[in-house]
Design a protein around this ligand. Structure first.
Ligand code: ATP
Length: 296
């Protein structure tokens, strides 16, 4: 019996390994397909003028599937160095705005510009260099903490990595692990909580130091101490950067220069927190609901 068990068990391991590599290959082809979808225009040049990296959406229409329009004529501006926050129900198209700005997909109508240049007309690599994304669910590599923070800025020194980790308030946590920055993370190493992963992503973005920042807030509820800490980190990361903040909790957006309220692919209200409260519309009722939820 044992003689049969060992080879079968061994086969099981091999099977899992093969299956894993097939899944990875599958992911790679999906990504490659996406890359083809957004190829550089012939003779495309890199983005320039990024010292004033304003972002503009003009009448943007977009559908993942032609039969189902997702964004229906979206227009807004993020002046250089300012923060625009987007709120609205699940599925209203908030994260899609972030994907389009990063040019994961091309739009069907309208224009998206960075520093006055349409993102379709410049190189994709230069658009992605100009933007730092802190996604909802950060995926970490099966590598060291240092590698995960430095990813996106090759040649970063240990001192620079530590400075970014301090600013993202993850340094003390890393320093307390036996191997510090050499600690392996991910599936085969140290498992980090959602908030810790997001801090690694913030550190990565601070190190990359791009002029534009996209922050896609995690949907999962954090306890309020953690939430305040993440907000403070976000606030320092967004200083002087052109920031698109996709928010799931209204407490994060109070300080934004402008708030866009989305519903079913349209912007239904826009203004500062005070303006939107005074208007007594959708935002005001969302705010009242969230406040009563927090009190309860
Ligand atoms: P949430 O608050 O839940 O994150 P959201 O407002 O960010 O939602 P989006 O992720 O922008 O919403 O999704 C908008 C719509 O587009 C949803 O109906 C969603 O099902 C659809 N959608 C999102 N990604 C894809 C995709 N890759 N292919 C097809 N449809 C998609």
């Amino acid at each position: 019996m044992i003689q049969l068990y060992i080879p079968l068990n061994f086969l099981g391991v091999i099977y899992r390994e093969i299956k894993q590599s097939l899944t990875d290959l599958d992911k790679m082809f999906t990504l490659m397909d996406k890359e083809r979808e957004v190829a550089d225009a012939p003779g495309a040049q890199p983005l320039t003028g990024l010292e004033r990296a304003d972002v503009r959406f003009e009448n943007v229409e977009f559908a993942y599937d032609p039969a189902r329009p997702i964004l229906k004529g979206i227009s807004f501006d993020i002046p250089a160095g300012k923060t625009v926050a987007v709120v609205g129900p699940s599925g209203s198209g908030k994260s899609t705005l972030a994907r389009l700005l990063f040019r994961f997909y091309d739009i069907q109508q309208g224009r998206i510009t960075i520093a006055g240049q349409e993102i379709r007309s410049v190189t994709q690599a230069s658009v992605r260099r100009a933007i730092g994304i802190v996604p909802q669910d950060t995926v970490l590599f099966n590598d060291t903490v240092a590698y995960n923070i430095a990813y996106g800025r090759t040649g970063a020194t240990q001192a620079e990595i530590e400075a970014a980790a301090r600013a993202a308030r993850i340094h003390d946590f890393i320093a307390a692990t036996p191997k510090g920055y050499a600690t392996q993370v991910g599936e085969r190493g140290l498992k980090l909580s959602g908030g810790e992963k997001q801090r690694v992503a913030i550190a990565r973005t601070l190190l990359k130091n791009p002029p534009i920042l996209i922050f896609d807030e995690a949907t999962s509820a954090l306890d309020s101490a953690n939430e305040r800490a993440i907000q403070a980190e976000l606030h320092s990361a967004a200083q002087n950067k052109t920031t698109l903040l996709i928010a799931h909790r209204l407490s994060t957006v109070v300080e934004a220069h402008q708030i866009l309220v989305m519903d079913a692919g349209c912007i239904i209200e826009r203004g500062t927190h005070a303006e939107l409260l005074a208007r007594g519309g959708r935002y005001a009722s969302m705010w009242a609901l969230q406040q009563s939820g927090e009190v309860a």
